[in-house]
Design a protein around this ligand. Structure first.
Ligand code: SAH
Ligand code: SF4
Length: 369
């Protein structure tokens, strides 16, 4: 393993150009390498066959081409959801999920190792915060899955920053990754196919409103009142009261004219009463928004249970009666702990599913137990 060496995926295209100029390479090499990385999805300089041998060698010496390595994966019973465990250069691990359904091939990716927000119902929150991911680590999670679907002749269609971590707490790296995915000369994914989900970091929401790429914004609300929200989301506390989040969201909509999604994990007898549904409707009335109801997914340390389906339907009904569009998120990959809030950095061997070692890569002793 190379320490202290930069990942090739950390570089913007202009940075790659500066590097290549510094080592005396002609300008057209920039586009060649960029296309290998982000179009052909090749992450081995030896396979970039239109580059001269000495440049291939130099690239291999100067950069890491595997900032994240998929060391294990689990597959859901219906083979539509894959969860990967990715090892980073410093030995830490993160998870990311590929979901195949209808015409969509969506990656749910991580932005941090762990999360500092401490939501008690979320497995990532339960593990605490280790560190931010780098741009290269964020980008390469997606490229790993892009290579997998490319092998089937397909391409990824959607990216959601709903894996481990709070994306707006790692804003610079997350936004650089968004720009990388969007780059029409590279990966070329439309901005509207990307969604950033936040627990409600007000400054980040305001900053997102000023960005030129129209990515989707999802805000995890989970409660219509501050007291309950603070119990569920400790960071909400005095720092992010609902009124301030709503003010930032209103500003975001005024600037962008884009619909905002609110996520609401339904927890039995906690935040799922019809009165709370009415309070939520009152809070959101007149706003260009949509509510995603998520029946709570089980996590080991969570004190709460999912709302039973009839109550969840009744909750949704209150919202729609009040003119608030609301849908129930389909639960996927729950049996492999790949659902919302179930991601955790750990060996996947114990999970009740089809464990597949990743072909062609050695499993580390620590990863295989
Ligand atoms: N940190 C960001 C994004 C990652 S979490 C955020 O909180 O928005 C992605 C989504 O999963 C969020 O809406 C989060 O509230 C939700 N979630 C977390 N734990 C969950 C659980 N156990 N069941 C259902 N949804 C959960
Ligand atoms: Fe962090 Fe989001 Fe999980 Fe809360 S729900 S702990 S903000 S990842």
């Amino acid at each position: 393993m190379k320490n202290q060496v930069q990942s090739i995926f950390d570089l913007t295209k202009p940075e790659l150009a500066v590097y290549l100029q510094r080592i005396g390479q002609p300008r057209f090499r920039v586009d060649q390498i960029w296309q290998w990385l982000y179009r052909a999805l090749v992450n081995d300089p030896d396979r970039m066959y239109n580059l001269p041998k000495d440049l291939q060698q130099r690239l291999a010496e100067d950069f890491i081409f595997h900032p994240v390595e998929e060391i294990q994966q689990v597959v859901s019973a219906d083979q539509r959801t894959y969860k990967g465990l990715f090892r980073l250069q410093d030995g830490q691990t993160v998870e990311a999920v590929l979901m195949l359904y209808a015409q969509r091939r969506t990656v749910c990716l991580s932005s941090q190792v762990g999360c500092a927000m401490g939501c008690a119902f979320c497995a990532t929150g339960q593990m605490g915060f280790m560190r931010n991911l780098t741009v290269g680590e964020i980008v390469d999670q997606v490229l790993c899955f892009a290579r997998r679907v490319a092998a089937q002749g397909e391409a990824l269609t959607n990216l959601v920053f709903m894996g481990m971590g709070e994306p707006l707490a790692n804003y610079p790296a997350v936004w650089a990754a968004v720009e990388r995915f969007h780059d029409p000369t590279g990966f070329d994914l439309g901005a509207r196919r990307m969604t950033i989900s936040t627990v409600g970091l007000v400054k980040g929401i305001r900053k997102l409103a000023t960005e030129s790429l129209p990515v989707n914004l999802a805000v995890s609300l989970h409660a219509p009142q501050d007291t309950l929200r603070q119990e569920l989301i400790p960071i909400a506390g005095p720092r992010y009261p609902i009124a301030e989040i709503m003010a930032a969201v209103r500003e975001y909509i005024a600037i962008t004219n884009r619909r905002v999604s609110f996520e609401y994990a339904l927890m039995r007898d906690k935040n799922d009463s019809l009165e709370q549904a009415q309070d939520l409707a009152d809070l959101l009335k007149g706003l260009l928004c949509h509510v995603n109801l998520i029946p709570l997914n089980p996590t080991p340390g969570s004190p709460w249970q999912p709302t039973p389906q009839p109550q969840a339907d009744a909750f949704r009904e209150v919202l729609t009666r009040n003119g608030i569009p609301a849908t129930m998120r389909v639960r996927r990959g729950i049996e492999i702990q790949a659902g919302c809030g179930q991601l955790w950095s750990k060996d996947l061997k114990g999970e009740n599913s089809l464990l597949q070692p990743v072909l062609g890569r050695k499993m580390s002793p620590s990863a295989t137990g």
